[in-house]
Design a binder for this molecule. Structure first.
Ligand code: P6P
Length: 337
């Protein structure tokens, strides 16, 4: 790698260069990156910081909130509301959007986030992360509907994975870069300047305990992977499931693979478990910018027109050729109906 540069230098160069990222977007990214450093400190304290366990409340999803879910949400709100770069924020942890208080200037961006994804892993010391997505505010009053824009409208997306390293992964539409937190300096240092997902893989990520609930195309794809080299795929596959989307996606951005959280029969009225606006869309933007693909089985996730802030979606993303295979199986099954 050439001389390692800081996040600030990268953003200044993007501002001058091809991306021409506006000053407000540069400020937004620096503020979110600083908030992730704050969250990392709380996450890394664990039991020593009295931050483990549940908060005794539920979020809009009906999920029990962990203390760290709330801490992370508050850190992101407090860090972003005064800077003049945002018109509003939306979070997995809040029923409705959070407008910038009148005492602060309103900016031109909308920030959406899952403040701490993978919460079930917090108490067992497994990697978790913050996922964020940035849209442009189209003007007028800021309401929940202001956020209902397709993933193709994102101007920036990223995540921070709190694992053995604390790593910030970012795209502004000019490819994907990774920054690792240098704790001695407290600064983000570029460690991967152009992430590329291999088009093929031998690794799939899915929660196998749901197998009996899957739709036929998913079952067909996984069965073929399990048949190994004796089967139609002609190669053996490995399986990984961290139950933390940020960690599973980070592995796929780093060495390839396919991640699947498909629709299943347990809740047939819901298209899937994961949320479109602040999980699937930002991860799809990153994966596509790194040469991968992301569909809901039938269409590109980023082309879905959202109907609700917390709507869910079926997710198949990662190595392009594998995602295309699973998607082809879904389309074949649909045509056969
Ligand atoms: P399951 C974490 O709760 C999450 O939203 C994603 O990060 C993760 O991929 C998925 O749910 C895990 O779900 O059903 O395997 O526990």
């Amino acid at each position: 790698m050439t001389k390692r540069i800081s996040l600030t230098q990268y953003l200044i160069e993007q501002q001058r260069g091809e991306a021409q990222i506006p000053a407000q977007l540069r400020l937004l990214i620096e503020v979110v990156a600083r908030a992730c450093k704050r969250i990392a400190i709380s996450v890394n304290k664990g039991a020593l910081g009295e931050v483990l366990g549940t908060a005794g409340s539920e979020n809009v999803q009906g999920e029990v909130q962990k203390k760290l879910d709330i801490i992370a949400n508050e850190v992101l709100i407090e860090a972003n509301e005064w800077g003049g770069h945002l018109a509003g924020m939306a979070s997995e942890e809040m029923d409705d959007m959070h407008a910038v208080p009148n005492r602060y200037p309103q900016g031109e961006y909308l920030l959406l986030f899952d403040p701490l994804d993978g919460s079930s892993n917090i108490d067992v010391n497994v990697s978790i992360g913050t996922i964020f997505s940035v849209l442009k505010h189209r003007g007028g009053d800021v309401t929940n509907d202001s956020f209902l824009q397709a993933g193709t409208e994102q101007v920036c997306a990223g995540y921070c994975v709190y694992g053995p390293q604390t790593t910030l992964v970012l795209t502004v539409g000019q490819g994907v870069v990774m920054f690792t937190l240098d704790r001695e300096q407290g600064s983000w240092v570029m460690t991967t300047e152009s992430v590329q997902i291999p088009e093929d893989t031998k690794e799939f990520a899915i929660n196998m305990s749901n197998m009996r609930h899957w739709d036929a195309p998913v079952k067909r794809y996984i069965d073929e992977c399990l048949e190994g080299k004796e089967g139609v795929r002609g190669k053996d596959f490995n399986m990984r499931w961290i139950a933390s989307m940020v960690a599973d996606v980070h592995r796929i951005l780093t060495r390839g693979g396919v991640f699947m959280y498909p629709w299943d029969k347990r809740e047939p009225s819901k298209p899937g478990k994961l949320r479109l606006m602040y999980e699937a869309n930002p991860m799809s933007f990153l994966v596509e910018q790194a040469g991968g693909a992301a569909t809901n089985g039938l269409q590109r996730i980023m082309e879905i027109e959202p109907k609700g802030l917390h709507e869910r979606v079926s997710v198949i993303l990662g190595s392009k050729n594998e995602v295309e295979r699973v998607t082809a199986y879904h389309r074949e099954a649909q045509q056969a109906k």
